[in-house]
Design a protein around this ligand. Structure first.
Ligand SMILES: [Fe+2]
Length: 520
């Protein structure tokens, strides 16, 4: 406490600062007890602060929980100080700030009141010094609706050596100036992390540039022995949309028109467990256009882990995949097997690999727009909202380890280091597997058909009926009496395209008239 008073005495007048009510409740590491030895070290540091920066930045800054209006910024210092983030849209004028008093070495500030889809620059430090600032300390808040979104996903990256470094470098080169909106870690993020130094090497020291520019949304794997909730700030309370899970080890969040679901595959996977019951409520409440789920274990794999044998994979597939597919799951990402395996466009395959039926493969092509065509997710009809691609991407660092790599649900299985790059733009999703040498080994596209919602309006004696213009070859039929057999008369299979809507005008002076749109 005496130390804090000393620091305050060294402060200088600064920009208008908003005093926060305090650090988040999730500031879990206790720094209030200082030994006599550490006090001596701090006193020495303060002495040098009079002429130069005394405090060293040991970790971060790293971003968490980036939403349309908020971002959590965390960092670690060698000496306890108070915490301050300065921010603004002009790197040369960080005119806003948030500050928390009191000395600590692990800093965590929630920056609020941001504008959606806006680039901000920031600095971190204390009331007396700035520890990190400049043009590379920049993030972009989430959009409020559909917008081009770039996602980077890495699995089993936690070796802290040249493997993840090569994967990181290939993505940095590939992405260049394209901002990464969402960053996912698929588990086994830090192998043998028995010490804080192991975590530093495998996670924060491996990806410092990514951490300072975009938020990480990780799940843990079977080899992640560290205290993940202490390390990360994740939306257990629905801070980023979605139904609160009450647990930072599994959660959901919204980003633009995507709903993300992060599952804990090393946890309770039973259908009466808390995670399953939360997921039911979360998926029922979701209204976003795209649904991407991820966890560490793959529901389908014949890499270094066989999904016909591994009990965790079997339970995950049996219990969770039907629920997710019922709610229109588009892409499922996982790691665990140290390879890259990518499925066909699937629906309804919940058994062993020998149970796979041709009818469960909705499209047996590669989903290549330039060869055979993309996967097409229908908005109506018997296949409405069906079709999922399953991606095993445990190839972002761990030495590759083979299996038979011949799961019949897979379109392609590869033994190479790499990562997954996803771009979502409106009704289109593109996924690429980026090798550590910079090449693209696999790619596919999903086009999502708009839901065949009929709109009906009246203008005088005319009925104006319209539906999304992207729905070609649909048949508009009509009747005035639902009790007649057969009641429906064909009106048209076309319509005039008016502002993206196929539109039909017809005289309809009847007391009542019903319309339906039939899929091809
Ligand atoms: Fe694993």
């Amino acid at each position: 406490m005496m130390l804090t008073v000393s620091i305050a005495a060294l402060s200088f007048p600064d920009d208008k600062t908003t005093e926060s009510s305090g650090p988040r409740e999730t500031l879990r590491e206790n720094h209030s007890l200082l030994s006599a030895a550490s006090l001596l070290l701090i006193a020495l540091g303060l002495a040098s602060a009079c002429s130069a920066t005394a405090t060293q930045l040991l970790r971060g800054p790293y971003l968490q929980l980036k939403t349309t209006t908020n971002v959590v910024i965390r960092w670690r210092t060698d000496l306890p100080t108070d915490s301050r983030v300065k921010f603004g849209t002009n790197v040369a004028a960080l005119t806003q700030s948030v500050q928390v008093s009191g000395g600590r070495t692990n800093h965590e500030l929630n920056v609020t009141g941001l504008q959606p889809q806006t680039a901000y620059f920031y600095s971190v430090g204390s009331s007396t010094e700035t520890l990190a600032s400049g043009p590379e300390f920049r993030f972009v808040t989430a959009p409020t609706s559909s917008s081009p979104i770039r996602i980077w996903a890495i699995g089993d990256s936690g070796t802290g050596d040249s493997g993840p470094a090569s994967v990181r470098n290939s993505y940095t080169n590939y992405s260049a100036t394209r901002y990464t909106d969402v960053w996912l870690m698929l588990g086994d993020n830090a192998y043998n992390a028995y010490t804080d130094a192991d975590i530093q090497k495998a996670i924060f020291g491996m990806f410092p540039e990514m951490f300072r520019q975009t938020a990480l949304w990780p799940v843990i794997g079977n080899d992640d022995t560290y205290d993940s909730p202490a390390l990360f700030t994740l939306p257990a309370s629905g801070e980023a949309g979605g139904v609160p899970s009450g647990n930072e080890l599994y959660y959901s969040f919204n980003y633009g028109n995507i709903h993300f679901v992060a599952l804990l595959s090393t946890g309770d996977l039973s259908t009466n467990g808390t995670m399953y019951r939360w997921l039911v409520r979360d998926l029922e409440a979701n209204t976003n256009q795209w649904l991407i789920a991820y966890c560490h274990h793959p529901p389908y794999s014949r890499g270094s882990h066989n999904s016909d044998i591994d009990p965790t994979q079997i339970t995950l597939r049996t219990n969770f995949i039907p629920l997710l597919e019922t709610h229109g799951l588009d892409v499922f990402l996982s790691g665990h097997s140290h390879s890259y395996e990518r499925s066909y466009f699937l629906y309804g395959h919940y058994g062993f690999s020998t149970d796979l039926q041709p009818s469960m493969i909705l499209n047996n092509g590669g989903g290549h727009e330039d060869q055979g065509g993309p996967y097409f997710k229908r908005g109506s009809g018997p296949l409405a909202n069906k079709g999922t691609v399953y991606v095993v991407a445990g190839n972002a660092g761990h030495p590759l380890s083979t299996g038979t790599l011949d799961h019949p649900a897979m379109y392609i299985s590869l033994l190479e280091l790499g990562s997954v790059v996803i771009d979502v733009n409106g009704d289109r999703l593109d996924l690429r597997e980026l090798r550590s040498d910079g090449g693209i080994s696999d790619y596919f596209t999903i086009i999502k058909e708009a839901r065949a919602a009929l709109q009906i309006a009246r203008s005088g004696i005319q009925a104006i009926v319209s539906w999304p213009a992207s729905l070609t070859n649909y048949l508009l039929r009509s009747t005035t009496n639902l009790s007649l057999l057969p009641p429906w008369q064909t009106v048209t299979n076309n319509g005039t395209n008016v502002q993206g809507q196929r539109t039909v005008r017809m005289n309809a002076s009847d007391p009542q008239r019903f319309f339906r749109l039939e899929s091809p």
